[in-house]
Unconditional design. Sequence first.
Length: 559
Amino acid sequence: MEVLPDTLEQLAARLDMLERRVCALEHPSEAPALQPVVYAPLPAPVAEALPFAQAAGIFSVLGKAMLGIAGAYVLRAVAEQTTLPKLAVAAVAIAYAIFWLAWAARAKTGEWLASTIYASTSALILGPMLWELTLRFKVLSPPVTASVLSGFVMGASVLAWKRDIAPVIWVANTAAALVALALLVATHDMPPFIAALLLMVLVCEISVGRNHELSVRPLVAAAADVASWALVFVYSSAPNTRTEYPPLSAVKLLTPAFLLFLIYAVSVTLRTVEQKRKITVFETIQTLIAFLLAACSLLYFVQGTGAAVLGVICLVLSAATYGLFFVFLRSATERRNLRVFAAWSAALLLVGSWLTLPPNWLVPWLGVAALAATVPGARKGWVTLEHQSLLYLGAAAVASGLPGYAFNSLAGNLPAANWNVCLVAAFAVACYAAASSLVADRSGRRWCQLVSAVLAVCAMAALLVHGAFALGIAGDAFHIAFIRTFVTCALALALAFCGSRWQRVELNWIAYAALVFVAAKLLFEDLRHGHLAFIAASIFVFAVTLIAVPRLARMGQRI
């Protein structure tokens, strides 16, 4: 009876509300305006439910990972304190680590943290376990351990291939690379673990070739580089310093570095030529590192003929890269590919020529190479080939001894006859003439012609001075000083005339540079060693040249 008044009040309120609604329906014009609906904000506990849920998920994942680590300790205790075959326990432990790797690969899309934690759990189980099974319990031999590491990486790649689960690939490759490097040092048995690292490199390159970009490539490549260099470093030392390491044949010592170079060379070629991809900075540097490791292996482990074999390999690779270079010249889709293959081809040709050819053949061979690069470069407007021609011509000058010969002929003690300088002068003149006659617009390539002209002028000046004394002219100090001044001034006049006559401004530049050289020579040689009459003659010749060169140069401007 006490609730009856409250109930009656509620019924009255509801009847009043119904009457107002009926009145509003019967008289819509008199109905009050509808009030806008106001949505109340969610209460604070609902808004904070999401972070709490995420935190709970993270704690759950960490708890599962800790259970996995606990299981690994159980397996270790079983292996240490029971009479069960340790090989069987090792197989169970390996399967247990693979189970966690598979669980990491089955994580839902976007749950990268769970995938990373489960993959790390797998690595933390496998790494220490392989260390103890290999070094402490002696259950697994180094080749078997390396095979397990290879299988671990390949399994991770297969599991993560379709969905591109980066954490699984990163953790698996990083852990396997570190364990392989550690066991390589601890067991003193290098080839199995180097083979595992090379397999990891191959898997990464195949993945990239299938358009699965892997950011872990540099790390795997660095591990393989370190392992290959460790092999070269250890086995190139004296035998009495590596008694703990087993002896290896030359084939086993050469194979790792050459396989590493072969993997990257084939990968880069397929990506740049077949897939039309731009070569990356990593691929450029890594291919060079792999080649240097292969070259060091050949030089250290093939005594006597290693340098010659390396030279032949360089020449063959130079021919191959030149073929790719001309392929890129025709398509010209990626300028970086063009520049990289041009640099490789030129460097390989120089190294191969230096290692295989005798000194008497080196200068003409490099001169022919310079001329062969100048003609098509100037005809087609390929600046890269013109730069290579200058590189070959400079190498020929160095091989002939032109720098020292020219300096001694023009400013030092007279050297002995050097016929290779004549070849360099001839090739330099031929390259300059070919470039000047074939290139219509020389403004962008002026400095290329300047270098060949400078080499030709230096060689001819040295030869003229040496030839003057070879004809029987007196060889006193003041005679030498005057003849050097006369020859240099005569060349300056000839250069100024030719520059103005054929509109070759680079020849005028060299003429003015010759005047500067003569001025310094008068101060440091003629005035110090010369006779008064010959000093006067040298000053007179220089004065006439100083007046005539600017006038000859201006003649070309008026024309």
